[in-house]
Design a protein around this ligand. Sequence first.
Ligand code: C2E
Ligand code: CA
Ligand code: CA
Length: 581
Amino acid sequence: MDDLKYQVDLLNAMNRRLMDERKMLQLILDSSSSCYVYVNFKENMVRTLGSWSQYWDFEVKSVSDFEKIFDTVEDDYVMPFRDTVFLEKKGLELSGVQVRKKAGRMWIECEANVIYGRDRKPEEKVIRFRDVTKYNLQNEELTHLVYFDEISGLYNRNYFIRLLGDMIEKADGQGETVSVMFINIDNFRSINDSLGIIAGDEIVQHFGDLLKEFISDNVLVARFSGDIFCVAAYAPSGESSADRIFEGICERIGKPIPISGGQEVLLTVSAGIAEYPEAASSALDLVNCAEIVMFKNRNRGRNSMAYFSQDVLSDFLNNVQMENKLKDAIFSNNFMMYFQPQFRTVDGSLRGAEALIRWKDETGKFISPAEFIPIAEQSGTIVPLGTWIIAESIRNYVGWKDIMKEPIRLSLNISAIQYRQPDFVESLLKIISEYNMNPEELELEITESVLIGDYQEITRKLSLLRGYGIKISLDDFGTGYSSLSYLKNLPIDTLKIDKSFIDTVLTDENTQVIMETLMYMATKLNLETIAEGVETREQFEFMEAIDCTDIQGYYLAKPMPADEFVNVIKAGKSLLLMGDL
Ligand code: C2E
Ligand code: CA
Ligand code: CA
């Protein structure tokens, strides 16, 4: 009897435990965001569990009900989904797939698991469905950040280089070529400065959209940074050739781009093209070659494009070498200032001197400033070099003070990059006061390139300098845009007529008319005029006859070292003109 009671108690206890476990299982399933299907093959039984109704809006009562599930997903996923759900047909134990539902574009992860009997026949199967939409979207976003540029939606630099590497590998196998075009929007910085960063972003987006039209199986497009874009074309020919793509870009930017605020911007670009295998064999080198060509080409004018050549590369390498030599030279005292006298036309008296830098490299060879100043400007070395030029010239100038009967003018060439430094005026004034120089004896020669950019800031600085009595001379006048409105609005004292006019003034009637008109205007505006590069007596006489106030050139004197210039000061006049005037 006791035995029976014991057995009943035991059964009850087991039953309770079983019930508890069922409850627990149900609780877990109910609180799970996943849903499950249980299939028992032997009993031909199907049950759904968990959050089934959140995934599917039909019930599964028999195996054939499954067919409905395949209608709910996007077409591309039907086959792999079927393979996973009916994995036992392929004798698999485990299988998984991610599918996308048509409705709501929900991503579902599906995993199926089959248990086989000893006879290898399937006995039971569990299929689990899990919503992975959120996770996938986050992943997509991350992937996008890794591969794409946020503003333009184009590939970013890193990913482009990777894809270009694949392209080159393929081209290598198939004996094909690959063109890489490096593109830069002209004057983007000043667009950004004048219209603001938001407008700048709009322009980048617009330009990116326009480049997207060229994307194809064989054409990749990327934005590298700021205003720099890159295009790669596999087996370029016809529509996908670099020439045609460039033409297409220029056509599309021929129309002004509207930006918010009602303004319109007209863009131009510069491009450099390098081709595999001719220019380089790796993706990175190819892009670098295209970049070098673009930079070299950039100053040639708007919408210009050039192809890579070995000459471009050797020029570039020379420049790099020169840049390094320049940096060393600053430290090793290899620079010297020369001074070229300027004379008054009216009486041949000494007006002043233009300070011109000279560089003797370590082999003792003179390198022309026309060659190294542009490189110093590109690399930024011009800033410390320019400060040295100012200090060294002024040091020489004040050394002559004792022998000067009357003060003369010291003219310094100021590079646009140097002028744009925020502390330019301050640092100049500091040197002037250190050497105790009278600022009224100083003249700064600036070119029109100084005047490009933030016009207000530029003229503010000019007026500030003039407030101290420093004179401003517009160098190479006539070679740039030379808008005459400059002369009316700018605070300047002197026009320095470019040598190219002097070269042709005796032979070309147009030049003569321009010169005569200019001299007339300058007199009216109370500006001094100095002709540079006067090499002959005839040129001198012509300029004198049309009232050019000052003359500089080999005819009267060449640039010379400071100790020789002492003799010019002592004479106080042009020896050549002394007899005449
Ligand atoms: P620039 O400012 O136009 O200087 C005038 C150039 O013409 C100088 O060449 C001068 O030696 C040369 N020259 C003067 N008279 C004659 C002449 O009658 N015939 C000929 N054929 N040439 C004449 P340089 O010294 O070789 O300088 C070339 C350029 O390098 C300068 O052109 C200027 O742009 C730049 N540069 C020279 N020194 C400096 C400097 O100290 N600072 C800066 N920023 N640039 C400088
Ligand atoms: Ca000059
Ligand atoms: Ca000049």
